[in-house]
Ligand binder design. Structure first.
Ligand code: PLP
Length: 374
C-alpha cells in the first residue's frame, strides 16, 4: 500500500464496495437492473475507481449528477450506460450525444429544447422522464391537481421527434425514515408514480422500458418499489442498511498523532478556549482538521479510535489539526494511526455530533486527503 506521506488519508476498500454491490444484488429479483449512483466522486470514494469496479462486476447503469461528472467517466474508459440526474443546458446536447449519455427530462419545455437541438444535429437523444411525486425538486409536476397536466406534458414530450424515451423515474424524500408518517408518504409517492405509469400505458399507449425509483432507503425498506431497476448510492459505500444486508463501510478515514504533551489541570486547549483540562492530561495533536473534512461542529462532541480504544476529541477542531485526550490510552504514541471514521469508528456518531448525515461526511473529505485503494 502506498500511503503518500502518512499524514491523513482515506483508505477505500474496493472489495467492500464489491461485497456491498453483490449483497444488494442478492435481494433483487434476477431480472431487476442495477444502477449505481456515483455522483459527487462516488460519494468521495473516487468515481473512476468505483465506476470501473461496477462496470467489471456487471452493474447495468451508472448515474451522476451532471455532464462534467459523466464526461470524466467517458474519458476514462467507462463505456456502460450513464444517466445524468441533474439539468444539462441545451447547448451541451452535442456533448450528450457524442458521449452516448442519457439525460433526464424534467419538464416539457426542456424536452422541447432537447428535441429541437437533437434534430438540428440530426441525431436522437436518449432521455429518462423524471416525475416529481413529492420530493418537490426536479421533475414533471403530477401530484394532486397536477396529474392530468402531468399526463398531457409527458404525452407531448413523448411525441417530440429526435428523442428516445428509455426510462421514467421518481425520487423519494423520506424512504430512509421508519416512522409511520414517512412510510405513508413514500407509499403515496410510489402509488402516484405507478398510477402515472399505468395511465400512460393504458390510456395513451406509452410505455417505458425502464422504470425506477428505489434509492437506498427504499432498497432496504420497500421491495415493492424495485420495479425493473433500483438506484442506490449510499448502500454501495456501506451505510444505510440497518444491518440487514451486512454491508461493509468502504471508506476508512485515517490520520496520525503528530505530537503528545502533558498539561496541568486548568489549561485551555485550542481556538476559543472552549476546552479546559480537568486533570493532568496527556494531549495528542492529530493531523486532521476541517480542511480535511472533519466537521467543526463536531468539536468536543465526538471521539476517534486508536487501536481498540476510543479517544475523546477535545477543543475546537482547527483547519489542519485537532486535539485528542490520550490520558487513558498510554499506548498511543507519535505516529499512531487514528481512525476518524470507518469500520471501527461509526460514522453515525460523528454525523450526529455534527448534526448531519453520513452522506455529507463522505462527500466532505477534501482533495488534500489522498485516496488509497486497498
Ligand atoms: C443521490 C440520488 C440517489 C441515491 O440516493 P441514496 O440515498 O444514496 O441511495 C438516487 N436517485 C437520485 C435522483 C439521487 O439524486
Amino acid at each position: 500500500m502506498d500511503y503518500p506521506t502518512k499524514r491523513t488519508w482515506a483508505e477505500i476498500s474496493l472489495s467492500a464496495i464489491s461485497h456491498n454491490y453483490h449483497a444488494i444484488r442478492s435481494v433483487l429479483p434476477s431480472e431487476c437492473r442495477f444502477l449505481g449512483v456515483v455522483k459527487a466522486d462516488a460519494y468521495g470514494h473516487g468515481s473512476l475507481r468505483v465506476a470501473a469496479l461496477l462496470q467489471k462486476e456487471g452493474a447495468d447503469y451508472l448515474a451522476v449528477s451532471c455532464l462534467d461528472e459523466a464526461l470524466e467517466l467517458r474519458r476514462n474508459d467507462i463505456t456502460m450506460p450513464i444517466l445524468i440526474l441533474g439539468h444539462t443546458p441545451v447547448e451541451y446536447t452535442a456533448l450528450l450525444l457524442e458521449n452516448n449519455l442519457t439525460q433526464t427530462a424534467t419538464c416539457l419545455a426542456k424536452a422541447e429544447e432537447y428535441s429541437r437541438e437533437a434534430g438540428r444535429l440530426g441525431q436522437t437523444l436518449r432521455l429518462h422522464i423524471k416525475l416529481d411525486t413529492g420530493m418537490s425538486r426536479l421533475g414533471y409536476l403530477c401530484a394532486g391537481d397536477y396529474f392530468e397536466e402531468g399526463v398531457r406534458n409527458i404525452v407531448r414530450s413523448y411525441r417530440l421527434p429526435n428523442l428516445e424515451y428509455e426510462g421514467i423515474y421518481t425520487h423519494f424524500s423520506v424512504s430512509d425514515e421508519d416512522d409511520a408518517e414517512s412510510r405513508a408518504y413514500t407509499d403515496a409517492q410510489f402509488a402516484l408514480f405507478t398510477r402515472m405509469i399505468s395511465t400512460l400505458k393504458e390510456r395513451e399507449g406509452i410505455s417505458f422500458p425502464i422504470c425506477h425509483c428505489a434509492n437506498s432507503g427504499a432498497v432496504i425498506r420497500k421491495p415493492e418499489t424495485f420495479l425493473n431497476m433500483v438506484r442506490p448510492g449510499l448502500l454501495l459505500y456501506g451505510y444505510g442498511d440497518e444491518g440487514k444486508l451486512g454491508l461493509r463501510p468502504a471508506m476508512r478515514l485515517v490520520t496520525t498523532v503528530s505530537t503528545i504533551k502533558y498539561y496541568e489541570p486548568g489549561t485551555f486547549v485550542s481556538y476559543g478556549r472552549r476546552f479546559e483540562t480537568k486533570r493532568l492530561t496527556r494531549m495528542g495533536v492529530i493531523a486532521a482538521g476541517y480542511a480535511d473534512g472533519l466537521p467543526r461542529l463536531s468539536s468536543g462532541r465526538c471521539s476517534y479510535r486508536i487501536g481498540a480504544k476510543s479517544v475523546p476529541q477535545c477543543g475546537t477542531i482547527c483547519m489542519d489539526m485537532c486535539m485528542v485526550d490520550l490520558t487513558d490510552h498510554p499506548q498511543a504514541e507519535v505516529g499512531s494511526e487514528v481512525e476518524l471514521f470507518g469500520p471501527e469508528n461509526d460514522i453515525m456518531m460523528l454525523s450526529d455530533a455534527a448534526q448531519t448525515i453520513p452522506y455529507e461526511l463522505l462527500c466532505s473529505v477534501t482533495k488534500r486527503v489522498p485516496r488509497v485503494y486497498v
